[in-house]
Design a protein around this ligand. Structure first.
Ligand code: IMP
Length: 190
């Protein structure tokens, strides 16, 4: 079965491809000729995930899933949440986002946080939603060079190293996207 993963993020694509059975031919947005970024205009992580599959269904009429992820920091009222990508402004990079987060947490005792992934799936027009959570905390400095985004400063409760210090397989085993993906795969295999 051909299935579109509505992303341009190669890191995410690889993480997800490694989890899927070979019976599924995974296509990225680039593979289907969609070179634009689908705007994330909703106010929830779930809403943004859904927006992506609605766009692919409308424009390309293909079976598709799309994800959105946010980092929710408890002492910052669950910020950056749905704004994780643009936390430090419209020209944000992973580095400027991490700098802002570390700065905002400078005087906070509670550094607990969680990643939340929502995956929306549309098979033949039937929509489903899958959620994956990973609880952890924000470190005081960066550690590791693997992964992407906030990985160097996120320490999952189930680990002794940050996401950026572990293999992709280990991150998927305990991480938010892996958990949501396994729910999606279970659904596809049913
Ligand atoms: P999106 O799901 O691509 O919109 O991600 C929103 C923001 O969260 C981006 O800044 C990503 O870098 C960050 N992000 C998403 N997934 C992860 C992850 O697995 N680890 C670290 N940061 C992530």
């Amino acid at each position: 079965m051909k299935l579109v993963f509505a992303t341009h993020n190669l890191n995410k694509f690889k993480e997800v491809q490694a989890l899927l059975p070979s019976s599924i031919e995974l296509l990225s947005l680039t593979d289907i000729g969609c070179n634009e970024d689908i705007p994330e205009t909703e106010e929830t992580i779930e809403g943004n995930a859904k927006l992506k599959v609605v766009h692919v269904r409308k424009q390309y009429n293909l079976n598709c899933f799309g994800d959105d992820t946010g980092l929710e920091v408890r002492s910052l009222n669950n910020e950056p949440g749905v704004y994780s990508a643009r936390y430090s402004g419209k020209d944000a990079t992973a580095n400027t986002n991490m700098d802002k987060l570390l700065d905002n947490l400078k005087d906070k005792e509670d550094r607990s946080a969680r990643f939340k992934t929502a995956i929306a799936l549309d098979i033949d027009g039937k929509e489903q939603l899958f959620i994956g959570l990973c609880e952890g905390s924000i470190t005081t400095e960066r550690s590791g060079s693997k992964g992407f985004g906030y990985d160097p400063i996120f320490l999952p409760n189930e680990a002794t190293v940050t996401f950026a210090e572990m293999s992709m397989g280990e991150k998927s085993r305990i991480g938010h996207r892996g958990k949501a993906m396994r729910k999606l795969i279970e659904y596809l295999n049913r």
